[in-house]
Design a protein around this ligand. Sequence first.
Ligand SMILES: C[S@@+](CC[C@H](N)C(=O)[O-])C[C@H]1O[C@@H](n2cnc3c(N)ncnc32)[C@H](O)[C@@H]1O
Length: 438
Amino acid sequence: MTRHRFSGHGAEAGMRFSVITIFPEFFDSPLSCGILSKAREKGLVAFRFINPREYSTDKHHNVDDRPYGGGPGMVMAVDPLRRALDTLPSSARILVLSPKGRPLTQDLARDLAQEEELALVCGRYEGIDARLEQLCPMELVSVGDFVLNGGEAGALCLIEAVGRLIPDFMGKDESADEESFSSGLLEYPHYTRPEEYQGLKVPEVLSSGHHGRIAAWRREKSLEATLSLRPDILDRALLTGEDIRYLKGLERTRPGRNLHVALVHYPVENKSGQTVTTSLTNLDLHDIARVSCTYGLGGYYICTPVRDQQQLAHTLIGHWREGYGLKANPDRGVALARVKVVSLLGEAIADITERTGQRPRVVGTSAKAGTLTFAQVSAWLAGDPVLLVLGTGHGLHGSLLADADGTLRAIRFMDRYNHLSVRSAASIMVDRLLGDAG
Ligand SMILES: C[S@@+](CC[C@H](N)C(=O)[O-])C[C@H]1O[C@@H](n2cnc3c(N)ncnc32)[C@H](O)[C@@H]1O
């Protein structure tokens, strides 16, 4: 394969890829087979390889050296790479494959497919001397949150993802349009002959010849696959009203059921660090109940040992569940039906243990402290019940935090001001823990 000049008839007309790599031979086989090879023959894409070794002024053609500051491994030196990049035309868009880069997505691939020339810099060893980025305008691109031996495998992913979006690259133009991610959804399932295999039949609709029904079935399967496998991409997907109605009708395992919340009125601290009991508020009662209902939580406990306060909570709940409120706004009664009033946190833990057959993991919350990440608690939720304990006043008493299985890291823990109302904090925490674009 040509190393310095472009190979493929696309050198003038198609899209050009310049790959800066110390292992050009890495690309020999992948670019010589399948659609990529055909696209090269048709002149739709052209490749050239620039080896920084040839630009090394070192007598052994070394391109790496030991890292300043010590540590394992070697670092790619700036000079051979810079010289190699100097050979590129100014119109080339330079991308460096790096785990620190912007993720390679279908949207980025679409954007890159508009270019005439892409230059792909492949790092090796521990990475590239940081000064290269300061000297040459370049964008960092990552192919995923993992570490590869070098940028070549990532460059190949990028070449394929971008190449197939070039007009005429695919057999039929629409093949690329209907694939996963092109409309923000995962793709529907495919079938080919035989019509029945080991008792499994191809869905009947696909043999009906009815284009409208086939298209509708495929859209539904796409929506189902995305909801169950990648709910995180749904919030960016372009959905019609019909799509949304279909998604609403789908039965799905509610991830929220393992999560329970408790709002503690005693023991909590006041401004001076004294142990106090706080009064309940109508707003917290309503708003956290509505969050619990919206996210399908396992339960919402209000913990106050004061009889009057317990009575007040029952009166407020009763108004919406049985009284005038039920007629005025029945939905509110549905949310408030989830509220349980208990004396102390221990009672909430005992209730969850009895209902689920498992003692919940108890997660404290605080605006000041906490090291548990949302991802850690989300992972617990996959298998165990979790009780998220929210404080009132100036926060949960130290004894509750000490007895918990851990304390969640504060929302905006790096900012100076993070004084949220408990009901705002509850909404943000629940969404971060269960956030599923629903
Ligand atoms: C062993 S890696 C260096 C990793 C680096 N020490 C770090 O921790 O970020 C060597 C080279 O592989 C490429 N590479 C590794 N993982 C990558 C990824 N996920 N996406 C894109 N390129 C990657 C980069 O070009 C990188 O310079």
